[in-house]
Design a protein around this ligand. Structure first.
Ligand code: HEC
Ligand code: HEC
Length: 301
């Protein structure tokens, strides 16, 4: 809070309390128990004979009112609320949230401890571990990979037999922990429209389908061998270390129609899997890795 708003709040709060006390004192000039001959009036008269009585406020009501003032002052001493003054307890919303989160983490860590030291492969066949991991997946991963983990355009299907970044337990843990960034360069400028057409037809044919323009395939293969093989491999099966996908299987991250392949090759693709280790901690990451591992069938030979 800037200096001005600090003083604004301080003065406003202080003025309110002082005003409340003043109001109490000024309206209780007649104390309970004061002796008067007959009912005391304020001296105001309306309609000829309608007089305003000045009866004392009930004691219990006054007491409550004073109590709220004392409470307000006590609250402002203990908790933040009086301008920039942070209160003697040092309470903040963030600290409260952190304390609750730490508490929940301690409980979770105890709950997850029974999975420590077990291999990812073993966890993948442990129903208790998978049940927890499924919930973790729904909360942390499903918004991108889908609740069934089958992904969507641009978000990999985790039930595919060829995980681009590797299917070994270590590779999956690394993917989830540190995230991944896949970058496919754009080739429109290098290849020109004809070149893109040719190489796309070749890529189309790699997964065992008849290319829409078979005459272009051999020219496309030549271009592929010089420009693409470095990342996707001479046989088109991809390179795990680069996150370059296998182009010979039936699964496509960005679509396997000729048009989709041409778009990928022309404009390139870039995508990022966010890192999750700091967010989730190692125990959760290992459970999630086991879940992903349980979803992906071993790659076809
Ligand atoms: C913000 C969206 C997003 C979230 C959230 C997300 N992912 Fe991903 N994930 C991606 C993208 C995009 C990729 C592909 C990265 C690339 O281009 O290679 C990916 C890739 C992966 C891969 C590698 C796939 C392969 O083919 O090798 C795995 C495994 C994975 N994610 C698991 C998870 C798990 C488990 C979670 C939950 C903890 C998660 N992801 C949360 C977007 C997300
Ligand atoms: C520098 C390495 C690199 C080179 C060179 C490269 N690619 Fe890629 N390619 C990738 C990566 C990485 C991805 C995955 C992008 C992502 O995860 O977002 C990819 C994705 C693709 C896809 C999408 C696959 C799918 O499942 O949807 C196609 C098709 C493709 N590349 C074809 C080609 C062709 C054709 C060439 C040559 C003209 C080529 N690539 C050159 C790295 C490369």
């Amino acid at each position: 809070m800037s200096g001005f708003w600090n003083w604004w709040v301080v003065l406003l709060v202080a003025a309110n309390i002082v005003f409340a006390v003043w109001l109490l004192l000024s309206t209780t000039s007649t104390k309970p128990g004061d002796q008067h001959a007959g009912p005391e009036t304020t001296g105001h008269t309306w309609d000829g004979d309608l007089r305003e009585y000045n009866n004392p406020l009930p004691r219990w009501w006054l007491g409550l009112f004073y109590l709220t003032v004392v409470f307000a002052v006590g609250y402002l001493v203990l908790y933040p609320g009086f301008g920039n003054y942070s209160g003697t307890l040092g309470w903040t919303q963030i600290r409260q949230w952190q304390a609750q989160r730490d508490e929940a983490n301690v409980v979770a860590a105890r709950e997850f401890a029974r999975f420590d030291g077990k291999s990812i492969e073993a966890l993948a066949t442990d129903p208790a571990a998978i049940r927890i991991a499924k919930n973790l997946f729904a909360n942390n991963c499903a918004m991108c990979h889908g609740s069934d983990a089958r992904g969507a355009k641009g978000f990999p299907n985790l039930t595919s037999p060829n995980l681009t970044w590797g299917r070994t337990p270590e590779a999956i843990v690394t993917t989830i922990s540190g995230g991944r960034q896949g970058v496919m360069p754009a080739w429109a400028a290098v290849l020109g429209a004809d070149g893109v057409e040719a190489v796309a037809n070749y890529v189309y044919s790699l997964s065992g389908r008849a290319a829409p323009a078979p005459a272009l395939v051999s020219a496309g293969k030549e271009k592929f061998d010089t420009l693409c093989a470095a990342c996707h491999g001479a046989d088109g099966r991809g390179t795990v270390a680069l996150g370059a996908p296998n182009l010979t299987d039936a699964y496509w991250i960005y679509g396997g129609t000729l048009a989709a392949i041409k778009e990928t090759v022309s404009n390139g693709r870039s995508n990022r899997m966010p890192a999750h280790l700091e967010l989730l901690g190692e125990q959760r990451v290992r459970l999630l890795a086991a879940y992903v591992y349980s979803l992906t069938p071993a790659a076809a030979p």
